[in-house]
Design a protein around this ligand. Sequence first.
Ligand SMILES: [Zn+2]
Length: 433
Amino acid sequence: MRCILLLLDGLGDRSQPVLNGRTPLQAAYTPNLDRIAAMGMNGLFHAHLQGAALPSELAHFLMFGYRLEEFPGRGVVEALGEGLDILEDDVALLARIFSVAEEHGYLVLRHENPDLDQKSCEILHEAIRHYSSAGIEAQFLPTRGIGGILRLRGAVSKHVTDSNPIIENRPLMEVFPHRPMSSDPLAMDTARFLNKYLRWSYRILSGHPLNEKRCKNGLPPINAVGTQRAGKLSNLPTFPEKWGLRGLLIASGPVYHGLGHVIGMETLRVKDTDDPARDLRERLETAYQAKGHDFIHVHTKVTDDAGHTRDPSIKKRVIETLDTALDYALQVIIPDEDVLFIVTADHSTASSGTMIHTGESVPLTMVGKYTRNDDVRRFDEVICAAGGLSLVRGTELMHLVLNFLDRGKLWGLMDSSDDQPFTPGASTALRIR
Ligand SMILES: [Zn+2]
């Protein structure tokens, strides 16, 4: 048997007054998702702890059965997804150029997402591309738009705080070592270096002719760099080693490809078009045809993007659109007894409030030859809670996958040197002659 997991990114939401107190998913007309829930075993899922608001890459990492402490950091995941040159000892941070105003000796963030054409982005990125001091070298590696990766090379540590406050009208933050590393020389040097780089790049960008021209035209200058989520490569067991399953990840966003790289899961890079239902249908078809893999993760980001619009009606419509693609799952995937089909999300992205993502659990349905039938007839954040799975958290999801693939090992058996959760293990036959 193999598993196809459909992940609707950021699907969960909050009750919305504009939808008569329902979530976008509750308010949406989703006959296909509802039929799948009616055929399956249902519950709620949280990749970590209820209430914890998780970024996508971390939620996926935990969902795939890894521990929080093992996470290498978003900076390095995104850098790998963008195909950038990152070595074992490098530190990679998410970085972007944006608009700040100098007030009483501090830099206050004015526009975190300034509108800047590609050519201007390239010119400003080039101006702050190289910086070195005290044996540490920084390179600003552009990725898309105003964004990039700041790669640090030398004796550096990933245990440093962010400088980007993200929220406008707040000051850029001084970088410090994480508290437990506060006397670690590497972390202290890295923090000191980053603060120097941030001050230097402000001076360079502020005096740049392109910004002088913008100011003359009444436009805000793009005059500072903000950094966040430092990361470093780490040695992890691969997904096949951990779960005995050959994994395939089908997604459009570089961060998911980077995650696949980090955990040794094959990735298929797909593109988003202006027809998300057709995109999803094609991804499901590809997943079903990928018979050389045992665990296929099908991802769509459009639900999360819709949540970020802060308009619950847009998210409701997007969910309804995606639902139409699920006729393929009902007609082809679910009738195949050799497939365990799962629908869930990585986290909630509420279309109200100020949080980037939110900490509510998300609905989960599992349909396969060995799943129990329950009384749930509707796929949403409330009704699924009454299903046979109840609340599933973190690593439990992958153990359930093994269980419903009929691949779980009886705990305590040792059929290989590693105490792996799946069967069969990598055993060696006893030779008698
Ligand atoms: Zn997400």
